[in-house]
Every structure is written in structure tokens, then in C-alpha cells.
Design a protein around this ligand. Sequence first.
Ligand code: NAP
Ligand code: HSE
Length: 437
Amino acid sequence: MKPVKAGLLGLGTVGGGVVNVLSRNGKEIARRAGREIEISHASARDLKKPRICETKGIQLTSNIMEVVNDPEIDIVVELIGGDTIAHEAVMKAISNGKHVVTANKALIAKYGNEIFSEAQKKGVMVAFEAAVAGGIPIIKAIREGLAGNSIEWLAGIINGTGNFILTEMRDKGRAFADVLAEAQRLGYAEADPTFDIEGVDAAHKLTILASIAFGIPLQFDKVFMEGITAITQEDVSYATELGYRIKHLGVSRRTDKGIELRVHPTLIPHRRLIANVDGVMNAVLVKGDAVGPTLYYGAGAGADPTASAVVADIVDVVRTLTTDPENRVPHLAFQPDALSDIPILPMDEVETAYYLRMSVADKPGVLAEVASILGGKGISIEAMIQKEPAKEGSNADLIMLTHKVIEKNMNEAISAIEALNSISGKVVRIRMERLDS
Ligand code: NAP
Ligand code: HSE
């Protein structure tokens, strides 16, 4: 049988990785797919740039539409990134009747509903395993492996760059900017690295995970997001002292009132496996009603790990080339006409426990004032430490862990605490999750 021809849009970190993996493991991959897979056409902006892969034998162009319109090509692999030119190329590939594989979470999170609907009409597949958690086959695990479950919640470290920065800051005391620059050199970071550190990339990925876990449309605009830029060495040390680690988590939970969709720094008990996921590694915990808690772990970014997921998608597409389009695994795990309109819970109504740090005057009665405000909002304190002031007469750090309360009550309590004369500056608040079953 003739090889299946695929066209690559992008020959950067992931595109280069895909060429390398296909060339290294081509024979074994063909035994799995049932056909050889050939990258016959590829595009990049600058054809003179050195590449991490061999491009001999691949027709190269700087015009992406030459690849998208190439009649020889069955599968278009989009590895450009962003949601402008990539969106245009993917829509055109679908209208040309080509299957699409993409690693682009921004594109799927924002335009996935439209893309899948068009793909459905044209009877083509759009596969996106590499869009979430790099090399971890988390999409397949939830969409297929957990298909018998009602998913209750999921929580994940889903940005490799952010986890790499937090780990290096904690373990080696390195400066934020220095570690971010290294993540960029290693090819982990997004073209715009603010997406990594402000939580946008994790929010893209959480949008996709929640959709396939709960059978809801993609709703990126409803994700609550906080990044890692405000995390300080002090909070990392106090969290450790209290038996916790700070991780940047994406959390989605089904509640009676709606689905939680939130990305923020989170204190996790240090004995949880996920609290010990370090560096560029990612991990996703998924709790199903039948299976219980399950944990998926692996490299969250980088050329070869991401290529592993892209190539697996290409193999999936090749295996289904001759199948009836009506009987393929649905893009978002649930049949398109069976998606639910269960609402996304506003952040004000989300219930979590909290870590609070405040700078207080070292005099009698301050603690009672703070406790009284918290008590008035129905917030009970689980643990507390007060540090000695650095010198006599200066302020002391007061750190509290609270039991669960809805965010609205905590916001009101924090505003009232910040208005006290005995409190200086802002109250630092980090949400806490136990992540037990
Ligand atoms: P990258 O290294 O920056 O590569 C992007 C490629 O697209 C380059 O070859 C670039 O050409 C080409 N390109 C960029 N803008 C273009 C334009 N306007 N027209 C034509 N070609 C253009 O990016 P990457 O890290 O491989 O990421 C690609 C995608 O994978 C993104 O969606 C990213 O979010 C996703 N992803 C990345 C990782 C990772 O670890 N890096 C992991 C999972 C998912 P030149 O090389 O000539 O500049
Ligand atoms: N910039 C992303 C990350 C790439 O660091 O996780 C993988 O999606």
C-alpha cells in the first residue's frame, strides 16, 4: 500500500520533533498504523533557519496554503501556534476534506466548537492530543479509557514552563526571570511566554479537559485564571512549614450548581503524589465515580514528548481513514448532539479552603479582630502561625489556613481585614485543595 502523506505547518520545536520521531521509529509506527507515514510537504517562515530535524526529501515552502491545498496530502499537521493564521489554515484544510492534527490548545479552546462542527460536516477528524499536557495521553485516557465513568473532578499541573519555574525557585532559589529565559531556550515556553506565567495556556488546556470530561461545549471565556507571578519565596517557605507545596493547578469539578473551571496557584498537602511533580513534568488527577482517583504523569513540553502525542494522533487518523465517519470517537468524547448546557459556576460561588498571609501590628487584640471578621463570614481557622517581627516595633507575618468557604465570603472578609488599622498592605490569599478521594 502507498504511504499516507502528511503535510506539516511549522518546523519549530514540535514540528522538528515530529519529523525526528517519524524518522527514528518509522518502521514500528507503520506496523501499528498499517501504512507508512511520509511527511512530504512542510512549511516554515524562514527556510534558511537551521532545524533540529533533517528536511532532505521534504518539499519546503514558506507559504502554508501550498501545503493545505496540496492534493497529495491526506493529513495536515498544524504546529504553528496562535489563533489567527493557524485558524485560517485549519478551516481551509477541513474544507479541502483533509484530516487535521494539531498541538494548538489556544486554537482548540477558542475555536474548537466551530472547528469540530465543520469537521463533522466534512467527515474528517481533528485530533489534538498534544494540546494538553505534552506527551501524556490524557485526552485519550479521559475520552476513551474512562468512558464508563461519570467524572467528578479533575485537577492538573498542565503548564510545564510554570512548573519548571516554581520548582527551580523552590529548590535552587533561582530568580523567576532567569528560569523563564531557560524555559524559552529549551523550547518549553509559548511564543508569548505571558501565556505560561499568567495562566492563559493552562486555561486553554483546562477548557479542553473539562469539555471532554463533562460533555460540555468549550468555554474558554468562562475560566477563572490567576498566574504564578505573584508567588513569593516567603509563601513557598511558609507553605512548606505548614506541610504543603504550592503548585499552579487547573481544577474543574462538577457540583450541584454548575461546573468549576479555574486556574490558580494552589496549596496541596506535600504527601500527595501530584505535589511532588517537579520541573517540566505535568500530571493530571482525574476522579471517576467507578474507577476512583487516577493519576497521569509525564513530560508536559519539549520536542520529543510533544511529538510523541502528535505522532500518536497521526497513527489514529491513519487507522480510521477507511472507517465510516459517523462511527468514529467523537471529538469532544460525547456525541455532538448530546453536549450538556450545565452552567459554569461563577468564581464567587466556588468553595475552597485558603492560605492567608498578612502583615500585622505586633500588639494585643489584632488576632481577635482578624478572627472576628473571619468568624462573621462563617470562616473557621484550621491552623495559624505568627512569626516574630524582624525587629522590635515592626510588623509580624500572620499566616492562617482556613476551612472551606465560598469565594464571595472570603473576598468580603479580606476587604474588611485590609481596612483594619493594624494591618499593612494587602492580604495574600492562595487557594488550597486536599485532592483526596
Ligand atoms: P515554534 O518552535 O515557535 O514553531 C513554530 C513554527 O511555525 C516555526 O517553524 C515557524 O517558522 C512557523 N511559523 C510561525 N509563524 C508562522 C507564520 N505566520 N507563517 C508560517 N509559519 C509560521 O513553536 P512550537 O513550540 O513548536 O509550538 C507549536 C505549537 O505546538 C503551538 O501551538 C504550541 O502551543 C504547541 N505546543 C508546544 C509545545 C512545546 O513544548 N513547545 C508542547 C505542546 C504544544 P520559523 O521556524 O521559520 O520561524
Ligand atoms: N508552553 C507550554 C508549557 C507547552 O510550558 O506547558 C506545552 O503545552
